[in-house]
Design a binder for this molecule. Sequence first.
Ligand code: CA
Length: 421
Amino acid sequence: MKRLFVLLAASILAAPAIFSPIAVGQAAPKPTPEQLAKTYEEDQLSLEACGVPRNAADDYRPTPLTPDQTRAHRLPASDNFKLDVVASGLPNPWALAFLPSGNYLVTIRGEGLRVVSADGKTSAPVAGTPPIKNAIRLLGMHDVILDRDFAINRTVYLAFVTTPEGKPPTGYIVNAKLSADEKSLENYTILKEQAGMIPRRIVQGTDGRLYIHTAEVITPYVTVQNMASPQGKLLRLNTNGSIPGDNPFAPMATADPAIWALGFRDPQGMAIDPKTGELWTIENEPRGGDELNVVHAGRNYGFPLISYGRDNDGKLLNGGLTQKAGLEQPVYFWTPSVALSGMTIYSGNAFPAWKGDVFAGGLSGMQLIRLKMENGRVAGEEKLLRDKCKRIRDVRQGPDGLLYILTDDANGEIWRLSPKS
Ligand SMILES: [Ca+2]
């Protein structure tokens, strides 16, 4: 138990600064090796400025398969937004969803679920939420999403870990109905339950199915390539918990039929590209090598057989192998780690310059990452909000097209980015 805590803590502790802004509107120049080195150094300095240790000070940098897979050139600094604090005093919030009432549904890692009113007042815990009890502080209530027909059916889905009396820590994916007054969850139904499973994020696909990303954080990560285990996987369920008939491994007698893709370590962010319907995810490797992936049915994303990071003890994973036939390459990776959290792909009208960009939170990296995408590849990277020195837990696009951010803190906050007038 203690060991797991230490591993989790290590994976979430990490890095970065204030980059000299390039004039907005200026074409982004191709970076020189010196500039790339500066980017790295600046990240390290920004963490130091925040009073936290540098992450991977030895600058371990394995060679990418393609040059656009890491350390993309730095985008001109965005100057198109202002930041407002919507709410504060949330103890380690994990995920954020938007209710049609204009209120926010927020998961609290160690507790459950709360509603934050549009004007920032936090409710008592939502009654009827499954009890969260764990010896491991970093596990608990993770994601919440609304069903796409929530306005009609009031259905929400939750992903969490709790420790039932006399049992080991157990992962759950459940659905429930939120009462009309938003004060209680009405009789939740378990869709999947498994000892040791760490469900992190849920997304409802364009097909209406639930996609659930799960983690495996204990060395040597034996469950990740084990088809009988739902850990370190992307799972796909019908909204009532049954298995879709076309799940890729359903015909395999020895496989968990919920598995849709495999080979992940600790995925904490997931989003549908509104243009293509593709499922994009971000995950944390133990030390360096955090990844952005586009996930397709039946494929193997490689962990721990290949990785651009190292294990928590600093040793190479599988001899430092980074590529192998039959195993998917990440679209992009980060060395050192930024400890990725939530993500969104921006599709709103409030920030025309950001349309199609990937946003991802950084926990130990204390930053909001923006990736400019071109044809499914990363064309540039910006690191926002580093001057705030806050661990960023989630980033979501609101129904109003603004960006909302959760900070990971005993006094966690909801931030809103809106256009600068
Ligand atoms: Ca991978």
